[in-house]
Ligand binder design. Structure first.
Ligand code: AMP
Ligand code: ZN
Length: 496
């Protein structure tokens, strides 16, 4: 099935919102820079990966067949002092580097599951593609855009820019102003022709832990190379979408483009998407100045930054209430407001399932269908989740009004009611990836099942005029913040 709606996305490359035109109709290739697995992911990382998960889900919703590649960086991403992040993790945790990689890959996957994100189609690791990385270095040398110095190989940014005129195009950096080099190979500044050149292969010191044979030295690939290689291998020389956090625009993505053009003479991606940073209390979330909170601390409330714990879905809902390209400030007040809104949304799904059309007229059809149409309209406008969520709340008001009789349910046709009952929960669950986990530890199916049983028993008691038992059940549930409501349409329950 091919997509029918026009999707517009903001392309960092053109700095414009553009209509999305895939290379092959009906198919999308999407590459997202994954985590460097040397420590637990923080909430900022979660924000970025959740944003790309929503894009992935929405592309699927539009009917595209999507190949979503998100890598695991397990070599080459160096700290400012030149030490490999994985080696640092191995030293601190007294583990083998690959144990570190496995440990934090597992915890990353767990966190992605907790936030109910879909798994990528392919999750390649940098260390599994050393041969391909050596081949790309050779291709770049053969094309004249890299040079070898003492066993390391550097990308020749000056020559590349003179010939291809595109270094700096993505990030907006001006090559002549790039006096200081990118993170990673500060130690080797003296070997380079020019400060803006960057290492694509690095000779390893004798005590370096992760190193491989190559034509130039026993060494390891530069950090940017893995993404050029793995995106090309799994998506082709040019593919549709490349994503990552804002902070990767330069040098990582700029250098990726340079490597791809230098090796294959074509730009890797047609659309570049960048997510913005998560802040806390107005400042960039950062481990070094203590302005940070782990996902677990946020769930349990065990942090001076929050007054209580918030469920993963409330945290996710909070994140989706801002556009992926805006900064997002995490505050206790904002989380409290999100929790309230999220409960209203979840209650509306339940209420909607109790409504049935009487189909005496259709005066409300247009109003309801227009409200449902707005969900796609906003998502097609650069995945605008905050606006889509505002439209969801318009629908919530209508659902509650229909339930309470402020809107006449007889004026909703069966067809419209069916569409509403299908699309409202499906947008929340399938497109936004939100589930009802409040108070149920993310396992709401079980709670739903138990509540069906309890309410059935209460119904039986009422049918037998056994009011004491019926009241005992209701009062007992209330003690656990479960509110039972008896209405014309039957009995419903909500979490308080
Ligand atoms: P890293 O593991 O540091 O390579 O980061 C993985 C992804 O998370 C990258 O796309 C980063 O841009 C993104 N990221 C890092 N810090 C933040 C933050 N504070 N807010 C949002 N995204 C972030
Ligand atoms: Zn990358």
């Amino acid at each position: 099935m091919s997509a029918t709606k026009d999707l517009f996305i903001y392309n960092t490359l053109s700095k414009k919102k553009e209509k999305f035109e895939p290379i092959t109709e009906g198919f999308v290739g999407m590459y997202v820079c994954g985590p460097t697995v040397y420590s637990d992911v923080h909430l900022g990382n979660v924000r970025t990966f959740t944003s790309f998960d929503i894009m992935y889900r929405y592309l699927l919703h539009l009917g595209y067949k999507v190949r979503y590649v998100r890598n695991i960086t397990d070599v080459g991403h160096l700290l400012d002092d030149g030490e490999d992040r994985i080696s640092r993790g191995a030293r601190l945790d007294q583990l083998e580097p690959m144990e570190v990689v496995q440990k934090y890959t597992n915890s990353f996957h767990q966190m992605m599951d907790i936030f109910n994100t879909k798994k990528p189609s392919i999750e390649p690791r940098a260390t599994q593609h050393i041969i391909e990385q050596i081949e790309m270095v050779q291709q770049i040398i053969d094309n004249g855009y890299a040079y070898e110095r003492n066993g390391s190989v550097y990308f020749d940014t000056q020559k590349f820019h003179q010939e291809k005129k595109c270094y700096g195009k993505l990030s907006g950096r001006v090559i002549d102003e790039l006096l200081s080099e990118t993170r990673g190979d500060l130690k080797n500044q003296g070997e380079k022709n020019c400060p803006s050149d960057f290492a694509i292969w690095m000779k390893a010191a004798p005590d370096h832990l992760m190193k491989w044979n190559s034509p130039w030295s026993v060494g390891f690939p530069g950090w940017h190379l893995e993404c050029s290689v793995m995106s090309t291998k799994y998506l082709g020389e040019t593919f549709d979408i490349h994503g990552g956090g804002n902070d990767l625009k330069f040098p990582h993505h700029e250098n990726e483009v340079a490597q791809n053009v230098g090796a294959c003479n074509c730009e890797p991606a047609n659309y570049w998407l960048h997510t913005n940073m998560l802040l806390m209390n107005g400042k960039k979330m950062s481990k070094s100045d203590g302005n940070t909170i782990t996902p677990d601390e946020l769930f349990t409330g065990d942090s001076p930054h929050v007054s209580k714990g918030y469920s993963p879905m409330v945290v996710k809902f909070f994140m989706l209430q801002s556009h992926y390209s805006s900064t997002l400030d995490l505050t206790d007040e904002a989380l409290q407001a999100s929790e309230k809104g999220y409960k209203r949304l979840m209650e509306a799904i339940k209420t909607l399932s109790t409504l049935s059309a009487k189909s005496e007229g259709n005066a409300l059809d247009k109003e309801i269908n227009d409200a449902v149409d707005m969900l796609d309209k906003h998502m097609c406008d650069d995945f605008n989740t905050p606006r889509a969520i505002a439209s969801l709340f318009d629908i919530v008001s209508k659902i509650n009004s229909l339930k309470e009789g402020h809107l006449d349910i007889r004026q909703v046709s069966a067809e419209t009611m069916e569409r509403l009952q299908k699309s409202f929960p499906s947008f929340i669950h399938d497109v936004l990836g939100l589930e009802d986990d409040i108070l149920s530890g993310g396992n709401n199916d079980k709670l739903d099942g138990v509540m069906d049983l309890v309410l059935q028993l209460r119904q039986d008691a009422r049918a037998n005029k056994n009011w004491d038992i019926a009241d005992k059940i209701r009062d007992g549930l209330a003690k656990h913040q479960i509110v039972v409501k008896d209405g014309k349409e039957g009995t419903t329950w909500t979490l308080n």
